[in-house]
Ligand binder design. Structure first.
Ligand SMILES: NC(=O)c1ccc[n+]([C@@H]2O[C@H](COP(=O)([O-])OP(=O)(O)OC[C@H]3O[C@@H](n4cnc5c(N)ncnc54)[C@H](OP(=O)(O)O)[C@@H]3O)[C@@H](O)[C@H]2O)c1
Length: 287
């Protein structure tokens, strides 16, 4: 299967390159900008699968640059979906928990109503709608709370802060699903290998935790005293873009498609540590 991977240089893209097989082409954003519809259409010709992991991901900056974020996350996604449809290729669009408002108290089903709180969330939700209107049978794969080998992520921030500070205050009133990029990449590859039905899938690790609980688990695995992590509230940590308070996504899509369910987040975190995802940060300085 010939695969065109958009956003292949990103944090998730790096792991998708590892799982999607040998026939993956992943042009850099400087070579192929997804805002250029004609260029994306020409690039997708002859491919069997197009995966769009390209996005404007600076959530706080999107509040003041929603037009740029929209051009990439909504119009760019539509371009990619159209290009895949013209090529007769299957299409995977990456999306996010930020399409929801976080006011639920049970896991969001795949068909739950979208109600984004932030500019980033609005652009990603519009991307989903445009993809569904453009490609005959796309996969919309929502993920959340990602960490991986490259790129900025919460664990990398925590381990960096641990090297500089005796204690770290972390919010305990936002709950989500810490998720390893490799697990998302494997779940997407499983969808493709099984030729699963199109639709919405939630590719997050199972279980849930607050950022505070996640940080303590990171400290433990890094050989640091978890008591150095102290709980605080979102009110003490105001940022430009509002965050959903409850970001737990349901996994029924995998069951309906008769595929393996995502594994618990602590198991994925164990393997990520063993795999050396944070090796560059686990120096004497951190301890
Ligand atoms: N990180 C998370 O916690 C998280 C959570 C939920 C959902 N997601 C979604 O998961 C997907 C992957 O996220 P990520 O964390 O891997 O993002 P990332 O590390 O920021 O990577 C994004 C990639 O998109 C590329 N890109 C940006 N604008 C582009 C354009 N106009 N044309 C072509 N490529 C462009 C970037 O290239 P350059 O670096 O060259 O600009 C980069 O390679 C995205 O759809 C994101 O919305 C992420």
């Amino acid at each position: 299967m010939r695969t065109l991977l958009l956003g292949g240089a990103g944090m998730l893209g790096a792991d998708l390159r590892r799982t999607l097989g040998r026939k993956v082409e992943a042009p850099a954003s400087s070579e192929l900008d997804i805002r250029d519809g004609a260029a994306v259409e020409a690039a997708a010709e002859g491919f069997d699968l197009v995966v769009n992991a390209a996005a404007y991901t600076r959530v706080d900056d999107a509040e003041t640059h929603e037009d740029v974020a929209h051009a990439i996350n909504a119009l760019g996604a539509e371009n990619a979906a159209r290009a895949a449809a013209s090529a007769g290729a299957r299409f995977v669009q990456l999306s996010t928990d930020y399409v929801f408002d976080g006011r639920a108290d049970e896991p969001y089903r795949e068909d739950a109503a979208l109600n984004p709180l932030s500019a980033y969330g609005r652009t990603k939700a519009d991307g989903e709608r445009r993809v569904l209107a453009t490609h005959p049978d796309p996969y919309i794969v929502r993920t959340a709370w990602l960490y991986g080998a490259g790129g900025p992520s919460f664990p990398r921030t925590m381990l960096t802060l641990a090297a500089k500070n005796e204690t770290v205050d972390v919010v305990d009133d936002q709950v989500g699903q810490p998720t390893w990029t490799m697990d998302v990449a494997r779940l997407i590859s499983a969808l493709i290998e099984a030729n699963a039905p199109g639709g919405v899938y939630h590719a997050t690790n199972a279980g849930s935790a607050s950022w505070f609980v996640f940080a303590r688990e990171l400290f433990l695995r890094a050989g640091l005293d978890p008591e150095r992590v102290r709980p605080t509230t979102s009110a003490a940590f105001v940022r430009p873009a509002p965050r959903p308070a409850f970001s737990v996504l349901g996994h029924d899509g995998w069951t309906r498609a008769a595929l393996h369910l995502p594994r618990p987040w602590r198991d994925a975190l164990d393997e990520a540590f063993a795999d050396g995802v944070f090796a560059d940060l686990l120096t004497e300085g951190v301890r």
